[in-house]
Design a protein around this ligand. Structure first.
Ligand SMILES: [Fe+2]
Length: 165
């Protein structure tokens, strides 16, 4: 195991974690979109799939700017969050209830990402890497908007139907 000596080392480690997390999310989102019943929810997952592709490409650019490759690191937290989502998708549920559960699973993903991007954004700023910090802020904003949009979908459509209105 390598010794982390500087904030740069920690930044690299956490960017690698997020890179692997995004890669796992790219595999999971198409399955979640397929499982969603409400068209508005399916569309939200499909939109975020496209955003996630761009986010991972942005991370590729950031690694290139740093002159480093992502470390060989498995994000075990994302693996666990996604596995819970997969287990849930195997459960028998009414479509509206399944949709509500899919939103909950996706919001867990977004909140993990928001915590991660918030940290790396702050460290990049502290290290004077302004262009990298700006790009990380942009991803952070996008994850936040996705989370917000999922809440809106849940409140406006899904949860109402799930409680049988
Ligand atoms: Fe993401």
């Amino acid at each position: 195991m390598t010794t982390l000596k500087t904030l740069d080392d920690l930044l690299h480690e956490h960017l690698s974690d997020l890179y692997d997390a995004e890669t796992q999310i790219l595999d999971a989102l198409p399955l979640m979109a397929k499982q969603a019943t409400a068209p508005v929810l399916r569309a939200a997952f499909e939109k975020h799939l496209e955003e996630t592709k761009v986010q991972r490409a942005t991370l590729d650019d950031i690694f290139a700017d740093l002159g480093k490759k992502p470390a060989d690191h498995r994000c075990k937290a994302m693996e666990g969050i996604l596995r819970e989502g997969q287990d849930f998708m195997k459960e028998k549920a009414d479509p509206e209830v399944m949709d509500a559960g899919l939103i909950a699973a996706a919001q867990r993903v977004e909140h993990y990402e928001m915590a991660g991007y918030g940290c790396v954004r702050t460290w990049a700023k502290q290290l004077g890497m302004n262009s990298i910090a700006e790009r990380l802020q942009k991803i952070l904003d996008q994850e936040g908007e996705t989370d917000h949009n999922l809440t809106k979908i849940a409140e406006k459509t899904i949860n109402r139907r799930a409680v049988g209105e």
